[in-house]
Design a protein around this ligand. Sequence first.
Ligand SMILES: N=c1c2ncn([C@@H]3O[C@H](COP(=O)(O)OP(=O)(O)OP(=O)(O)O)[C@@H](O)[C@H]3O)c2ncn1[C@@H]1O[C@H](COP(=O)(O)O)[C@@H](O)[C@H]1O
Length: 127
Amino acid sequence: MSSTPVTHLDTLQRLADVIESRKPANGGDPEKSYVSRLLHKGPDAFLKKIGEEATETVMAAKDVDHGGDASKLVYEVADLWFHSMIALAHYGLKPSDVIDELARREGLSGLEEKALRKAQAREAAGE
Ligand SMILES: N=c1c2ncn([C@@H]3O[C@H](COP(=O)(O)OP(=O)(O)OP(=O)(O)O)[C@@H](O)[C@H]3O)c2ncn1[C@@H]1O[C@H](COP(=O)(O)O)[C@@H](O)[C@H]1O
């Protein structure tokens, strides 16, 4: 008997589908849904949340450095991903777009990529 494996991307895509359904244009109700409320308020509201959750992620990581509970870091990163997914949805993007970009980068050293980018910038500037 074969079954379709459940992947982590499925979880992200299911959440993305829920977020999509919460858009005002799709009948999302800001009175009943946190996601609809943020989307209804507009980019300033959810981008502010991303900033807050990024800061809370940094603070949770520093706590782990000082003996704190690592599960708090997971909790804050989940908040960060969740609010980032609201931004992706607003701008017409999907989790798979981010996964595709990470896959594109796979195996490309960050240092090599940086050197390549600098060389391209120098070339564009005619140096
Ligand atoms: N994954 C999440 C999720 N993660 C975090 N949150 C909410 O995000 C908020 C995070 O804000 P904070 O931690 O800063 O808490 P706060 O102080 O209440 O924040 P403020 O909104 O007051 O600034 C909380 O209200 C959390 O409940 C989430 N809300 C919803 N989801 C998912 O989105 C789906 C749709 O949610 P609704 O649109 O609310 O139905 C849910 O079924 C879940 O799967």
